[in-house]
Write a protein of this length. Sequence first.
Length: 272
Amino acid sequence: MPKFSATSGRHLILLLPFGYAFQSRYHWPRDFMVNALTAWVPGVILVALLGDLTISDAFIRYLLGYASFICIYELGYLANDTIGLRHDPTPRRRIDIGFSAGFIVAFIVVRLSIGLAAAVVLGVANSGLYWASVSALVAGLIAHNTLRSVELKFYTFLQLSLLRFTLPVLPALLIDAGTTAILTSFATALLLFTLPRFLTYLDAKGRLTLPERKARTYHLKTHVAVLPLVILLSVLTDETAPLVCLIWGVAVQLVYVTRGRLPTRFPGVTQP
């Protein structure tokens, strides 16, 4: 009987949906907490308020939406950590183990199966808009991992960051909410999620010098800076969701600023 090794155990974890993302990007506690507080909680808020759902129903729908999203996004992560490194001027190896052809096939099959099952449970498997959004994500992932020009990767990063925030939210809004709710989620993502990460990405690639970004108060100030446009967005759409998300973000940053030392930090992250 073959022995169970640490390497084979890690391969099993990587095969599970979100297992690869957790091992390569969402390290505990810092990166996991950053994403929970800056992306997942605001996502649940948007589902609840734009979809007119209770928090419990919104959480379940967001969780299913996130499952359908991450199953596709992790394929992009795997491609980025293999093919993408060949064209990256600042490559960073995130997983220190090799992948056999069998593992890659199993990785793809598991994610396509679970992603489709989540879409079926959500009731969006027959939605043309849902599959159009998935197609946009796939196209963005392919472009980001194959483009050689770093200046063009900035554009794919921007799109992937927007889709990373909104695709878990989208399925719940496709059922009952209208186009306004969907566009509101994209605009909220751009102002509160994607913009700070885009600047961080430029900095990480050596195309922007922004030493102030490392200051503890930086992200609190950026949230306050976008307040006028967030208020306008709420007034135009007659939705409180963008403003509530902003208030949540400000509260998180206030805790970070006033607590002094925390086990995690809350600056933007560089992956799309």
